[in-house]
Ligand binder design. Structure first.
Ligand code: CP
Length: 309
């Protein structure tokens, strides 16, 4: 059986195209499993996984937990607000205490960039990055690209614009790496203040005019403005942001082709997209969420196959 080139899933930057294709083909099998009347397989029986969330999450947390349960793993959940981290325990001590309970793998979301890589170098466990601050969110990028592949047959040659708060977005960075490895053309679009200065060096097109970006693309991935990571004001007001960078039904109807709308969630309806866009036939937002379970099953299964006990 083919193997991943990595022992941990820390980001898309450090995995290969072959890794991505292996995760996709494994997810195809698991997608078939989760659409059966009995949605469970015994693949990870006797594997114990800890989900450590130091930051809020709905989709990623529940989707990892469901993926683990569909694979028959034993699952424990940790949230920092109700843990001894509030009493001053360090990340390494916290995780080593959890691992002492015979845990095999750790899925972690953390507000600090590099936290997952740091953990992988300091504890004896497989680590899956479920989002580390503004750095990477690898399973989100994989499920996004998988959803494009599902809709269009392939990702290569597609034109994808990522719109919004690129500066604070781990989804943007992981998507750029993933889509480029798969042969797509990527553009980023947003106010200059929310575009990192280094962004051109990633090989993406840069556009500040939303209409021009939408006219260029096949797919628009709309990002939320991440107020919780912003220490400064990057635009005058939400109303003005929505007027310049929000996608409405009227804008979509003014284009000379039908584009596909994506969003990693959570959506701020009426800001980055209006409700009639989010809920329209052009949106594949709930397909992204559905595919998250199969992608996470695939990633966990492939990493677990490397555990030696
Ligand atoms: N897309 C995403 O990461 O959503 P959550 O923050 O709800 O997990």
């Amino acid at each position: 059986m083919a193997d991943l080139s990595v022992d941990h899933l820390l980001g898309i930057k450090n995995i290969t195209l072959a890794d991505i294709e292996l995760i996709f083909s494994t997810a195809d099998n698991f997608k078939e499993v989760i659409n059966r009347p009995i949605r469970k397989v015994p693949s990870l029986r006797d594997i114990t996984i800890a989900n450590l969330f130091f930051e809020n999450s709905t989709r990623t947390k529940l989707s990892f937990e469901l993926a683990e349960k569909r694979l028959s793993a034993d699952v424990i959940n940790f949230s920092s607000s109700s843990s001894s981290v509030t009493k001053g325990e360090t990340l390494i001590d916290t995780v080593n205490n959890i691992l002492a309970m015979k845990v095999d793998m750790v899925v972690m979301r953390h507000p600090n960039p590099g936290a997952a890589a740091f953990l992988s170098q300091n504890v004896n466990s497989r680590i899956v990055n479920a989002g580390d601050g503004t750095h990477e969110h690898p399973t989100q990028a994989l499920l996004d690209a998988y959803s494009i592949r599902e809709k269009f047959g392939e990702v290569a040659g597609k034109k994808i614009v990522i719109v919004g708060d690129i500066l604070h977005s781990r989804v943007a960075l992981s998507n750029i790496f993933c889509l480029q490895k798969l042969g797509a053309e990527v553009m980023v679009c947003g106010p200059t203040t929310l575009l990192p200065k280094y962004v051109k060096s990633l090989g993406v097109k840069v556009e500040t005019n939303l209409l021009k970006a939408l006219e260029w693309c096949d797919i628009a991935n709309m990002l939320r403005v991440q107020h919780e990571r912003q220490k400064l004001k990057y635009f005058p007001s939400i109303r003005e942001y929505a007027m310049q960078y929000g996608v409405t039904k009227e804008i979509l109807e003014s284009l000379d082709k039908e584009i596909t709308i994506m969003h990693p969630g959570p959506i701020n309806r009426g800001v980055e997209i209006t409700s009639d866009v989010a809920d329209s036939g052009q949106s594949i937002i709930l397909n992204q969420v559905e595919n998250g379970v199969a992608i996470r099953m695939a990633a966990l299964y492939l990493l677990a196959s490397k555990i030696s006990r």
